[in-house]
Design a protein around this ligand. Structure first.
Ligand SMILES: [Zn+2]
Ligand SMILES: [Zn+2]
Ligand SMILES: [Zn+2]
Length: 206
């Protein structure tokens, strides 16, 4: 399998803030103004047709390119011929032995999980050889979920010591035992809502 690494961001057409495009999605949410941005399939095709050609036929392993594009969106994009790797420790995945159709790749070295899914049909209209997408962050349909930790976390009420389950939706929670309003500390809140970093994702092609 040949791999393309992609890292891209667009300028929000509504507020001009940079918005990371963390996967092959047709709708993207601007974190600054909360607008839903449509990213049409034909714009993907314009962008990625040539990327596929270069990565498959021209680039050496590790070679890449970086461009600023003024078109449907003002955007910047970096792409390279690079194998999919663990987002935590950067170890390359060996897909032949480590991928068996599951939706998370678990790094054998550090245990970190990296999402993987088959390339959607519409995406193959842009990159005809695309098979697998690795490392894409959840798309707009999943943005309600807290980004950092998966599932609720336990936290002790500072007032009564009662064990509270925190789901990350509200910064202030009411203790179910003593009814105190508990303001969640910064470190916990940041773990539930990490600052968004640029995300690299990978397209595996036959
Ligand atoms: Zn915006
Ligand atoms: Zn790892
Ligand atoms: Zn309490």
């Amino acid at each position: 399998m040949k791999w393309a690494m992609i890292e891209m961001s667009i300028k929000c057409p509504h507020c001009d803030s940079p918005v990371h495009v963390d996967g092959p999605y047709r709708k993207i949410l601007c974190g600054s103004c909360q607008s839903e941005i449509d990213f049409p399939g034909d714009v993907w095709k314009d962008l990625l047709e040539d990327v596929q050609e270069e990565v498959v036929n021209e680039f050496e392993e590790g070679e890449g390119s970086n461009s600023t594009i003024f078109g449907h969106f003002n955007m910047s994009m970096t792409y390279a011929k690079l194998k999919a790797y663990c987002r935590n420790c950067k170890r390359d995945f060996d897909m032949e032995t480590e991928y068996t159709g599951q939706d998370m790749l678990v790094c054998p070295d550090c245990g970190a999980k990296t999402p993987v899914f088959p390339a959607p049909e519409w995406f193959k209209g842009a990159m005809s050889r695309a098979k697998l997408i690795v490392g894409a962050l959840p798309d707009i349909e999943n943005v309600d979920e807290p980004g950092g930790l998966s599932g609720p976390v336990a936290f002790s009420c500072p007032q009564c010591g009662g064990s509270l389950m925190i789901d990350g939706k509200d910064r202030i929670v009411i203790c179910e035992y003593c009814e105190t309003n508990v303001y969640l500390p910064d470190d916990l809140w940041l773990r539930l809502h990490p600052a968004k970093k640029k995300n690299r994702w990978f397209v595996g092609m036959e």
